[in-house]
Ligand binder design. Structure first.
Ligand code: DX5
Ligand code: ZN
Length: 229
């Protein structure tokens, strides 16, 4: 059975020109993006620093994109309200960063924000299963989190396939997002594995023709659908 879900493209702001964030976001919105991926790094959960909720608040009135906030921080529970009031539409917390995901996920959903859980390449997909019914999205990291511009780790796609099967078996409608090393050239591999939300930083913000890149990703997705066994 072909259970292809709608494809969403989420360009990662991490690869944008920080001197002109507002116009860069406007440009990728006009070029056909669905989401805006916002990578929050604390120099602790990951060995890199990015930006915080104030950048999100500043961009919020300038964009109609779905704000897809990826928290690569320890103790996300301390900062949740800040990201909610900054205008997040989706909040992703890392499984590795929280002891009690269930209460955090209900706090996110109570605020009418979509709840998502990420797993780094070293974390087994089974770790997500107890929380599946509380999740709007699962983020399978296709690189070790912390930096843009890395190469996709092909083994992580087996986790995507496994989770898509588990989601279907439970009759859920959960999105699967993939993040790291994705370009128009390998987008078909991730959609074939069952992902339907593609994050891409350098491939989109690094290109002079972001519209063409996103169109090529959509074509690759159409030509390489997930087909349930
Ligand atoms: C990595 C981040 C990614 C990153 C992706 O830790 O979570 O969102 O921006 O960048 P590319 O697409 O360049 O690999
Ligand atoms: Zn990310």
């Amino acid at each position: 059975m072909n259970t292809q879900k709608k494809l969403y493209i989420s360009p990662s702001l991490l690869a944008a020109d920080y001197c002109k964030l507002g116009s860069s976001v406007q440009k990728i919105e006009e070029a056909g993006a669905d989401f805006l991926h916002l990578d929050i790094m604390d120099g602790n959960f990951v060995p890199n620093l990015s930006f915080g909720p104030d950048i999100i608040s500043a961009l919020r009135p300038r964009s109609g994109l779905i704000f897809d906030v990826h928290l690569m921080i320890n103790s996300p529970e301390k900062y949740l309200e800040r990201f909610i009031s900054a205008g997040a539409d989706i909040i992703t917390v890392h499984r590795e960063a929280v002891n009690d995901p269930a209460s955090l996920l209900s706090r996110i959903r109570d605020a009418k924000v979509r709840a998502s859980m990420a797993i780094s390449p070293a974390t087994p997909a089974e770790e997500v299963l107890p929380y599946l019914s509380m999740l709007d999205m699962v983020l399978v990291m296709t690189v070790v989190p912390g930096f843009g511009g890395q190469k996709l780790i092909p083994e992580t796609l087996e986790k995507v396939r496994f989770l898509r099967r588990q989601i279907d078996a439970r009759g859920l409608d959960t999105d699967i997002e993939v993040d790291g090393g994705i370009s128009a050239e390998n987008a078909g591999l991730v959609t074939n594995a069952g992902a339907n939300v593609i994050v891409a930083g350098s491939a989109i913000f690094g290109s002079p023709r972001p519209r063409q890149v996103m169109l090529a990703m959509r074509t690759a997705a159409r030509e390489n659908p997930y087909v349930a066994e």
